[in-house]
Write a protein that binds this ligand. Structure first.
Ligand SMILES: Nc1nc2c(ncn2[C@@H]2O[C@H](COP(=O)(O)OP(=O)(O)OP(=O)(O)O)[C@@H](O)[C@H]2O)c(=O)[nH]1
Ligand SMILES: [Mg+2]
Length: 368
């Protein structure tokens, strides 16, 4: 570590300690906001310095299939046991920690969709600062569409620790990107137009923007956000990913303990990978949470093959479908006839490529 890195780290630590000591209330919220902005700025400087290094150490992870999920959890929570059960992967399982040392991909076929699943080494506290294989694991998490947070039923406190590491690694789980637009300008100061703000104030926003080198900007808040979310928007390098909270090894705890866990961390699914309990429910939840749109293409006056969907993600349009099929489809597109939930009646003619498709739609393309 160079001398500059060292100084940066010291400064960051100093501010973080001050932040911890400061009680949050109306009177201190301005100081808290500014401290958070300062920490964000210093961390940004640090990353800019080390990003080259990190890149060279990263694994190359090849994505395949229709969507990718990654299993994240502390060492020995049963990630490899689980991937071996729900995919054809053969990842080593051990009773000791750090059995898995690289990314092991597996493939889960569900409802005619191919879901790639990554088994990765265990994450530990400090991972976001590079401890263990932290940076590499978090890098693999960043390319996934879904993060499966695997927690050991005998150690439910693991959830908070993992969420912290992901947060520090700029990954936001089950959150939408805030609807705030910042446009940088060369002069004119800071102009804010906004809905009613209840979690912060305009003077604080201005302080934070200035600290992060936005001295002239138009800022439009279309939703009520707090200072942390504001910093996320300003820095514009956060990843917003879907997440599932899964508790494993439920065979090791009593019914009462399990009820306690349910109340405390509100998991999406409870499983025992080793005893094959809850695995079908888990597969369904993975599929649902990926929010995929399956489209079935048909040729004119022929039925569609309902076994082979074209799989799109999230809010997919006809344009997205064209792009996935062949780039020429965009220029040659005349209209489509659609059967399914996205249209009012069967075989409706759609001319607009921006038309949003729904899961299960059957699409007949008419091209030039
Ligand atoms: N009782 C019980 N043991 C389990 C369960 N799932 C996994 N194990 C055991 O937990 C230990 C660790 O399992 P692994 O699958 O290697 O864990 P991992 O998360 O891949 O660990 P690392 O690769 O080291 O991060 C093994 O001894 C497994 O047999 C479960 O559902 N119940
Ligand atoms: Mg493993």
């Amino acid at each position: 570590m160079g001398i500059v890195d060292h100084k940066l780290n010291e400064k960051i630590q100093e501010f973080e300690e001050e932040l911890k000591k400061t009680k949050y209330n109306k009177r201190t919220q301005g100081a808290v906001g500014l401290l958070k902005a300062k920490i964000a700025r210093l961390k940004g400087e640090k990353t800019a310095k080390s990003s080259k290094k990190v890149h060279a150490q990263g694994w190359s992870v090849r994505k395949s299939g229709d969507a990718t999920a990654v299993l994240v959890g502390f060492p020995s929570v049963g990630k490899s046991t689980l991937i071996n059960k729900i995919t054809a992967a053969e990842s080593r399982v051990g009773h000791y920690e750090f059995t898995t040392l690289e990314v092991i991909p597996g493939s889960l076929e569900y409802e005619n969709v191919k879901i790639q699943i990554f088994d990765v080494p265990g994450l530990i506290e400090g991972a976001s600062k590079g401890r263990g294989k932290g940076r590499e694991v978090l890098g693999a998490v960043g390319v996934a569409d879904l993060v499966i947070l695997l927690i050991d039923a005998t150690k439910p406190q693991q959830l908070e620790a993992i969420q912290n590491e992901l947060y520090e690694a700029r990954i936001r789980i089950n959150k939408k990107k805030p609807d705030v637009r910042i446009t940088k300008k060369s002069t004119g100061g800071i102009n804010i137009s906004s809905v009613k703000l209840t979690k912060t104030t305009k003077p604080i926003i201005i302080d934070v923007l200035r600290e992060l080198k936005f001295n002239n900007a138009d800022v439009i808040f279309r939703e009520d956000i707090d200072v942390d979310e504001l910093i996320d928007v300003i820095e514009d390098n956060r990843k917003y990913l879907n997440g599932l909270i899964v508790v494993n090894k439920i065979d090791l705890v009593s019914k009462e303990k399990l009820e306690e866990i349910k109340k405390k961390i509100k998991p999406d699914v409870l499983i025992s990978a080793e005893k094959s309990v809850g695995l079908e429910e888990l597969k369904k939840k993975i599929f649902d949470k990926l929010d995929l749109v399956r489209i079935y293409c048909k040729e004119i006056s022929k039925p569609a093959d309902l076994r082979v969907p074209l799989v799109l993600k999230g809010q997919a349009t006809l344009r997205d479908a064209c792009l996935k099929l062949h780039k020429e489809f965009i220029t040659k597109f005349r209209f489509a006839r659609i059967w399914g939930k996205s249209v009012k009646f069967d075989g409706q003619k759609i001319l607009n490529l921006k038309h949003e498709l729904k899961d299960g739609d059957i699409v007949e393309f008419h091209l030039n």
